[in-house]
Design a protein around this ligand. Structure first.
Ligand code: PSU
Length: 307
């Protein structure tokens, strides 16, 4: 076990000690990705889905100089109530500073992967990863999530990259970085709120067992880095690309006019899209997270089987 300041919930500690399946969950989606109180409902429901599927959920956040692996309901509620400006949005760059200064921090995909790896957790479910922002050729705004996938051995289940991003450039960068991008059960990459993106998937897999086997094979080959499983949103919850694209473009336009930059871009866009769709985008976002949690639990169960 590492020297890192990890505090495990009793439930997660027992599951890991017994080598039972555990699924990591991030906390930025709670503090910066969804509004109160839907964020708390989502966080609880996602944990429930993982338990029902037969695995143990481990929501990860930084508080009081410790990386918490698994939160109590009281802590989860406190975190969900924390205004976005009072929780640091942690990536690889700021994780140590947050811990050393005792501040509260919510982990993004990148930071959650680092913490999950330290804790010995191999699978992580989220909504959508960060990626290359539109206009990145001028702003250089590329999420640290992509570099993390290239170096930390965790399988991340997401509904693709968030469709507010430049998706073709995001997939190009992942290819350059050597990250396996695996579409689950279809030949096309999904686009977060939509099942289809028009972009062919570099890889396709159709079962949790195959995905677990691929992760094990990467370890045997000594390949560093994780895998991205792009799991399409359930059909009944999707917003098609033709419906969501004009909304995304309007939100992007507003972000530019208002000079929103860096870490504020993603939360700003998600909030504006929520308002512009009268809350429909949030319902879809919750549905896709739950769907990803279920698949991640199934993968964790396969990974926990003796070789
Ligand atoms: N998935 C969601 N909503 C979110 C996120 C993921 O459904 O808000 C968060 C993740 O923590 C991800 C972050 O790492 O958005 C990406 O932010 P950025 O584009 O600033 O790197």
């Amino acid at each position: 076990m590492s020297e890192a300041p990890l505090t495990f919930s009793p439930e997660v500690a027992e599951a890991l000690a017994d080598r039972r399946p555990v699924v990591a969950l991030e906390s930025t989606i709670i503090t910066h990705g969804m509004p109160w109180p839907q964020n708390l409902d989502m966080a609880r429901e996602v944990e429930a889905v993982i338990r029902t599927a037969g695995a143990t959920p481990a929501t990860i956040a930084v508080m009081g100089g410790q990386i918490h692996i698994g939160l109590t309901d009281t802590t989860l509620t406190a975190l969900a109530r924390t205004p976005p400006d009072q929780a640091m949005k942690l990536s690889r760059a700021d994780l140590a500073v947050c811990l050393a200064t005792g501040r509260t921090g919510a982990t993004t995909v990148a930071a959650t992967m680092i913490c999950a790896d330290l804790a010995g957790i191999r699978v992580f479910a989220t909504g959508g990863i960060g990626g290359v922002h539109r206009g990145a050729e001028l702003s250089f705004d590329v999420s640290a999530d992509l570099q993390e996938l290239a170096q930390t051995p965790v399988t991340v289940v997401a509904a693709g990259a968030k469709a507010i991003l430049d998706l073709p450039k995001t997939w190009e960068v992942l290819e350059t970085l050597g990250v396996p991008v695996i579409a689950y059960g279809q030949d096309e990459l999904p686009a977060f709120w939509s099942r289809r993106s028009g972009i062919p998937a570099p890889l396709r897999m159709d079962s949790p067992a195959e995905i677990a086997a691929a992760a094990a094979m990467r370890a045997r080959l000594g390949l560093k880095g994780g895998q991205l499983v792009a799991n399409p949103i359930p059909a009944e919850a999707e917003i098609t690309q033709s419906e969501i694209l004009p909304v995304i473009l309007k939100a992007l336009d507003e972000a530019e006019t208002q000079g929103v930059a860096a870490k504020s871009v993603t939360p700003f866009l998600l909030q504006r899209i929520f308002e512009l769709t009268d809350g429909r985008s949030l319902g879809s976002n919750i549905a896709l997270v739950l769907n990803n949690a279920r698949l991640a639990a199934e993968i964790a169960i396969e990974m926990a089987k003796p070789a």
